[in-house]
Design a protein around this ligand. Structure first.
Ligand code: AMP
Ligand code: MG
Length: 489
């Protein structure tokens, strides 16, 4: 009998190698001992044109572990720099391997990158490895973000390596396969400006335009158009984070993707009680990346991006700086209008009125004052159903609710249309820290992936508002209030 071989469907190119050589290092793999697939994103695999059965088979797993290369792919690590908590430094993929770009059946192009795949020329003192908990955490949260309709990198698979990784204790090693529109970052441009020749910066900008913004290729001032487009995408992205209460946790410039996708899920988390000062990351002692600081930090990062483009914006440096500064003002306006529009939708308002902002700001102020849960408050407003929360029983809230009702009464939309808008704008569930921790504990300590699978299933349709989701809307015990996240190591 002949053995039936299923093709995995890899269709890789690697255009990154067309960039000047300063931007990358070709690498050979650092094989791991006993790779085992622990989770595979079958629907993502399918949309990429990959066959899940083939990925689960021996050869498939070897590729997901970095033990084998794929025809058409050129394994490489990308060079980049970045401002980490404000300080500029050389970085690069210290524990990642880019297999190549998968061309999907629809003709789209996605980076297939392994995280935790071993040392590279950019590893500095690190071991190039990753541990299971943080890789599963990125898997859960990035998939939840995707389901929430927020641009993000995605997770195709996690394999354990059969090796222990030394951290504070020995932990199981793992490798995650990340799928991204690209891994170009603000930090890639900072690297080009600092360590590349003038031509290198221009080559990077042209490559970026071709890959992400082909519509502006023929623009008279295409580098200004590039700046505008990147600003536009980040303004939209960060507004979306704010609207669902997502805290990235480590918004360094190397973790800001030019494509406008959320990238690098390290110490990120969703906020429970509404408070703009919320920080979860144990290393963010100053609150630089607190929830309420994300929009201005986005602006700060984009200003670093704009600076890198100065040599390309105008022959006259002073003129170039002025052009860049004008665009930074646009960022603030764009962010604000994205946020306001999203907030209006969250409280069921369709057409804008001047007074809407005050209505929204007053609600948030009260939520902060009364320690109201962010997600559940908007859920309660959506269904006009208020559980026994102290906040809903305050005179403040009762008065606000009357004002809000009066505002809704003057709009033309039917009650059903308003309900639909609110249901689609307010998730029933977000990956709350205590639930994510429970899922990770079962998986990492007991090899039981069922808790994680169930959580993923519930998070897949956050706007469905089904009865199965009810259980996942419960808040953490008070003792979990001071939850901290640690960098994804
Ligand atoms: P991140 O906090 O994941 O954005 O990583 C910041 C930088 O540190 C990047 O250049 C990573 O590649 C690098 N890095 C993080 N962990 C390791 C590790 N275990 N070994 C080598 N490099 C690492
Ligand atoms: Mg990073």
């Amino acid at each position: 009998m002949t053995k039936h071989i299923i093709e995995p469907g890899w269709n890789l190119e690697n255009t990154y190698t067309t960039l000047p050589s300063v931007f990358l290092s070709r690498i050979t793999s650092n094989p791991v001992r006993a790779p085992k697939l622990v989770i595979l994103n079958e629907s993502l695999a399918e949309s990429l044109g990959l066959n899940s059965d083939a990925l689960k088979a021996e050869d498939g797993v070897q590729v997901l572990a970095g033990n084998q290369t794929v025809e058409g792919g050129v394994p490489l690590a990308q060079a980049y720099a970045g401002h980490q908590f404000g300080n500029f430094t050389m970085l690069g993929d210290g524990r990642a391997l880019l297999h190549g770009e998968q061309i999907t059946p629809q003709g789209e192009r996605f980076d297939i990158q392994l995280k935790g795949s071993g040392r590279t020329p950019y590893s500095r003192g690190g071991d190039g490895r990753a541990t299971l908990g943080p890789m599963l955490r990125e898997y859960i949260i990035s998939e939840a973000m995707f389901a929430l309709g927020i641009p993000t990198t995605r997770s195709l698979a996690v394999v354990t390596t059969g090796e222990q990784v030394r951290r504070e204790t020995d932990l199981p090693g793992a490798i995650m396969t990340r799928v991204a529109a690209s891994h170009l970052r603000v930090g890639t441009f900072e690297y080009a400006l600092k360590w590349g020749a003038d031509d290198d910066l221009q080559a990077l900008a042209d490559y970026t335009i071709q890959r992400h913004f082909p519509d502006i290729e023929k623009d008279e001032h295409r580098y200004l158009s590039l700046l505008k487009e990147v600003i536009k995408r980040q303004a939209a992205l960060i507004a979306k984070w704010q609207l669902v209460g997502f805290i990235h946790g480590v918004m360094n410039t190397d973790n800001m993707a030019i494509s406008g996708e959320t990238i690098d899920y390290g110490p990120c988390a969703f906020m429970n009680v509404y408070n703009p000062k919320t920080v979860f990351s144990s290393i963010d002692r100053q609150g630089r990346y607190a929830y309420g600081n994300q929009p201005p930090i986005g602006g700060w990062n984009l200003a670093r991006f704009a600076e890198t483009l100065v040599p390309l914006l105008d022959e006259n440096p002073e003129e170039a700086v002025k052009i860049a500064q004008d665009e930074m003002v646009r960022y603030e306006e764009l962010y604000r209008s994205n946020w306001l529009q999203g907030m209006r939708a969250k409280i069921g308002i369709v057409k804008e009125e001047e007074e809407d902002e005050a209505l929204i700001v007053d609600l948030l102020r009260m939520m902060e004052e009364h320690d109201a849960d962010y997600t559940n408050t908007f859920r309660a407003l959506t269904f006009d159903h208020y559980q026994e929360e102290v906040f809903f029983e305050t005179p403040d809230f009762t008065k606000w609710k009357e004002r809000w009702r009066a505002r809704l009464d003057i709009q033309q939309e039917s009650k059903d249309a308003t309900l639909e808008l609110m249901k689609n704008s307010n998730p029933a569930v977000v990956p709350r820290n205590h639930q994510v921790e429970e899922a990770l504990e079962a998986a990492v300590k007991s090899g039981d992936y069922s808790v994680m699978e169930q959580l993923l299933a519930v998070l897949k349709k956050p706007y469905a508002h089904t009865s199965e989701q009810e259980e996942y809307t419960s808040l953490p015990a008070k003792s979990d209030r001071y939850y901290q996240t640690f960098c994804g190591t």
